[in-house]
Design a protein around this ligand. Structure first.
Ligand SMILES: [Zn+2]
Length: 362
């Protein structure tokens, strides 16, 4: 099977319908609007064979079926939709994007459905975008790209991930009756911490380091248990940091800790499903040409407004009864301070896509 880039695929579709293997369905939003999409080859063939007016070209089937190889071209497309280039179309095609990728508000369901084995572990990171994870994280881990379908701030992202009722409560119904919380989050917000760990039966242990969390975990009975661990990620590094933060080292450490968790569980002969995800990512100022949207005062959030604002560069969302307007890429409401190395809160590939990694042991 031939492998094509996105432009070659578009050109090919001008001439002929085709069966195409995409790396991810989201590549479809980069193709011209008029491309007709069929989930199976049979549906495409049925449309082509129909006595009704023929579907207008271009048309594409999102699978390759050997039975139809004599009739249709079969190609592979190696386009990766999860890059900064997504910022060009993320806002104009926001509704399609939300249908094509896993959204953060679906993560609780995804975790509950994928939970298997003696023990379930959720490693929740405060600030880790898919863009940084792809560059510096563990490429060997299975990772589902996840779209933060709302304001890209800590409290809302964390609440979307744990859900309502919380994952802890739902997993208890599935047999993971005991649950343990660990936090080595330096920014302790009591109320938010209570909400994230709501339903955790055995309490939350505050630890100062990952080693401390591992040691505490070693003493726990993990069979039929759910363990939720909240850890600081890149969020704290992007605000109020004097020197340029070492993003690479931080992301690598997060990946190492996640794998170490899995290894520790495996050494005890316990089967487990481990999940890693984050509340939001970071849009780094030194990597992007951020542009002033207005000259806002120095203490407003740089990437969103409370309430619905008018303007065609804003994505309007509601969360728990409150309205927000998110700035699209690459706009900011105010000048950044020298200690602000990155921003979040708005809508961009960097802020709005996070990894959802899954690992099973043994
Ligand atoms: Zn955060």
């Amino acid at each position: 099977m031939r492998t094509l880039g996105l432009d070659e695929l578009s050109a090919l579709l001008e001439r002929s319908p085709a069966m195409v293997q995409l790396r991810h369905r989201l590549s479809l939003v980069f193709l011209p609007e008029e491309v007709q999409t069929f989930d199976t080859v049979e549906e495409l063939i049925a449309a082509l064979d129909s006595p009704n007016p023929q579907p207008e070209l271009p048309a594409i089937a999102l699978s390759v079926d050997d039975r139809f190889i004599h009739r249709l071209l079969a190609v592979r497309c190696d386009h990766d939709p999860f890059t900064s280039d997504l910022n060009r179309i993320l806002f104009p095609k926001i509704e399609q994007v939300q249908k094509m990728v896993l959204c953060q508000s679906q993560v609780p369901d995804w975790i509950v459905q994928n939970a298997a084995g003696d023990c379930v572990i959720l490693f929740l990171v405060d600030g880790l975008g898919l863009s940084d994870w792809k560059r510096f994280g563990k490429s060997e881990l299975f990772c589902e790209p996840c779209f933060v379908d709302g304001l890209t701030v800590t409290s809302q992202g964390m609440k979307r991930i744990v859900g309502e009722p919380t994952v802890a409560v739902r997993l208890a119904e599935k047999g993971y009756e005991r649950s343990f919380g660990f936090s080595y989050w330096e920014r302790e917000e009591e109320q938010l911490t209570d909400q994230i760990f709501f339903g955790v039966t055995e309490g939350v242990t505050k630890v100062r380091s990952f080693e401390e969390a591992l040691e505490a975990l070693d003493k726990l009975p993990l069979e039929n248990s759910f363990v939720s661990i909240v850890r600081e990620g890149l969020d704290q590094l992007c605000h109020r940091h004097r020197d340029r933060p070492d993003v690479e080292a931080t992301v690598q450490q997060l990946g190492d800790e996640f794998l170490a968790l899995a290894q520790r569980v495996q050494e005890r002969g316990i089967s487990a499903t481990l999940f890693l995800t984050a509340d939001h990512g970071i849009l780094w100022r030194h990597e992007h040409n951020l542009r002033l949207y207005e000259a806002g005062s120095s203490n407003v959030p740089p990437r969103y407004y409370e309430g619905f604002m008018s303007g065609n560069l804003l994505w309007r969302v509601n969360f728990l009864g409150n309205d927000y307007s998110l700035l699209t890429y690459p706009f900011i409401r105010r000048q950044l301070k020298s200690t602000e190395w990155g921003v979040h809160g708005g809508l961009s590939f960097e802020e709005s896509f996070v990894p959802l990694a899954k690992l099973t042991v043994p």
